[in-house]
Write a protein of this length. Structure first.
Length: 64
């Protein structure tokens, strides 16, 4: 379960870190941690990276 939490954290921080990497900063911090690459880490990373999109998709619903 520890791998899931690390994957979730790395997935959430992946978007800002990716933008920083595009401009050449923080090269010592990877977007995806290949040393923790396992099933639960991948699942947490997938949920973490999708969380901004999932939250934005749910906010467009109208309440009547």
């Amino acid at each position: 379960m520890e791998g899931f939490l690390w994957g979730l954290w790395n997935g959430i921080t992946a978007w800002p870190l990716l933008i920083v990497h595009l401009f050449g900063g923080w090269q010592r911090f990877p977007v995806y941690n290949v040393l923790r690459d396992a099933g639960w880490y991948q699942f947490g990373f997938l949920i973490g990276t999708g969380s901004p999109f999932l939250g934005a998709a749910g906010g467009n619903r109208r309440k009547d």
